[in-house]
Design a protein around this ligand. Structure first.
Ligand code: EPZ
Length: 441
């Protein structure tokens, strides 16, 4: 298992370009199961994206890498998905086998977002057998809302030896009132409804920008989705989708992570290739903590906040403060003047990074869903263990400001969602090295 060795204290100066969004790319890639063929660009080179391609391949989707389109070259070459040094970023996805319908445990256990194949498989192939995603460290994360919606749309669903077994004679649109605006639940229903008979309306839909990205991509292929970006989506089913080309949006969580890095150590740091409008709750918090930044439509420039003040944050569905940024804001709160609070409302167990940050000298008390952060003058380097994707990003930021050296173990978590983060940070002036270990199975 690889680890990061970080020497804290270096300023970060220059420009960092944000990669394509993991959480937008995943549903868009799974939407290839709806048929029609599609070209997808700005696909980030991430562990979770490779898992998605493996699963899609088992489900009969062929992903052809497209290299250097600006030179008019299209290569199928000897390229494989493990070739991380030569990632094309653009793929043509087409259906080769339309009878495959099983998402096995081995893949689903490594990536819960594999559940996103369920809606498209049911809609297009009328059959799906998908390993039930278990809980994970951050919460129980059931998929009951996905399954209830598909039942209402006419799927017969049973749970059999840890698998969701579902089939239908054809999905039929209906009104779905979500008890909570689930992100992947909304995406799964949206994809299924695209090919269902009649009209589906989703009330209390999640409004995350990644859902809008998926909906715009689907409409470009002939789907009929209205209300994009709102909590009420109306989908009029169509018979089939058409081939088209789409570029995945930039990753707002990667952007947010670098923005916090800028607030901690920027000299100054420009985060570019972003949609600033998706980041307003984070920008509001950074402003309240003392950040001064320059904004353009595609970038934000921040310098280190000399004397950050404490703040209160409550994680909520979009447009609220993202739970995926909670671990990264804690290092800034840890060195702020006075105290700060974080209330985590989305996942029931998303403070595992706090114990590790406290080992670095932070002073954070967790009581249930609340973290009380007592600002300290500095953090100290230590050896710490990453427990999930965003927790790892929070620990990297803490190590970058800590005095002395830190080791972050289990960085495979961060490779699931950040494209070569150590290279991007190193270019900005951070002293960070990846120490190679044995591969994670
Ligand atoms: C998505 O997860 C993201 N994953 C997560 O990003 C993100 O943290 C989360 O949304 C919240 O923004 C992807 O987009 C691939 P939810 P998702 O369904 O869809 C409960 C990252 O680090 N719930 O909105 O799984 C659930 O337990 C990841 O990139 C049910 O009870 O989140 C949770 O408490 C981690 N029943 C809450 O809703 C259901 O059927 C929100 O979950 C579905 C969800």
């Amino acid at each position: 298992m690889d680890r990061f060795h970080i020497v804290g204290g270096s300023s970060l100066r220059g420009v960092v370009s944000v990669s394509g969004s993991k959480n937008a790319a995943l549903p868009i890639l799974f939407s290839s199961l709806l048929g029609g063929g599609m070209e997808v660009g700005n696909v980030p080179s991430l562990r979770d994206i490779r898992t998605a391609f493996s699963l899609l391949s088992q489900l009969g989707i062929r992903a052809q890498p497209l290299f250097q389109e600006e030179k008019g070259e299209v290569s199928e070459g000897p390229w494989t998905f493990s070739d991380t040094g030569n990632w094309p970023g653009k793929f043509f996805l087409s259906e080769e086998n339309t009878t495959a319908h099983e998402a096995p445990y081995d893949l689903v256990r490594t990536m819960r977002a594999s559940i996103l194949c369920l809606g498209p498989l049911l809609a297009r192939r009328r059959r799906a057998r998908v390993s039930l995603p278990g809980g994970c460290l951050i919460g129980a994360r059931p998929v009951d809302m996905h399954l209830n919606a598909f039942s209402r749309m006419g799927a017969r669903i049973s749970i059999d030896h840890g698998y969701i077994d579902a089939n239908t004679d054809g999905l039929v649109g209906c009104d779905i009132h979500l008890p909570y605006p689930t992100v992947t639940g909304t995406e799964n229903i949206l994809m299924a409804a695209t090919l269902a008979k009649g009209t589906t309306r989703i009330f209390n839909a999640a409004q995350e920008p990644e859902i809008s990205d998926l909906a715009v991509c689907l409409n470009g292929r002939g789907a009929r989705i209205e209300g994009i970006g709102t909590s009420s989506l109306k989908i009029t089913g169509v018979d089939s989708l058409l081939p088209s080309s789409y570029g995945v949006m930039a990753d707002r969580i990667e952007a947010g992570t670098f923005m916090v890095a800028g607030a901690l150590l920027g000299d100054p740091l420009t985060v570019q290739n972003i949609d600033v409008t998706c980041l307003s709750s984070l920008l509001g918090t950074l402003r309240a903590m003392g950040a001064d930044f320059e904004e353009t439509p595609g970038s934000v420039t921040l310098a280190r906040i000399r004397k950050p003040c404490g703040a209160s944050v409550r994680t909520e569905p979009y447009p609220g403060f993202p739970t995926d940024m909670q671990a990264q804001i804690l290092p800034l709160m840890s060195i702020a003047k006075g105290s700060s609070t974080v209330v985590e409302t989305v996942f029931e167990n998303r403070f595992t990074h706090v114990m590790e940050m406290n080992r670095m000298g932070a002073n954070i008390d967790v009581h249930g869903s609340r973290a009380f952060v007592h600002g300290m003058s500095s953090l100290e380097g230590a050896s710490v263990m990453a427990s999930d994707l965003r927790a790892s990003a929070g620990l990297v930021l803490a190590a970058l400001i800590a005095n002395g050296e830190s080791e972050i173990q289990r960085v495979y978590h961060i490779d699931r969602g950040y494209e070569r983060i150590e290279r991007k940070l190193e270019k900005l002036g951070a002293r960070i090295k990846r120490v190679r270990g044995e591969d994670v199975p």
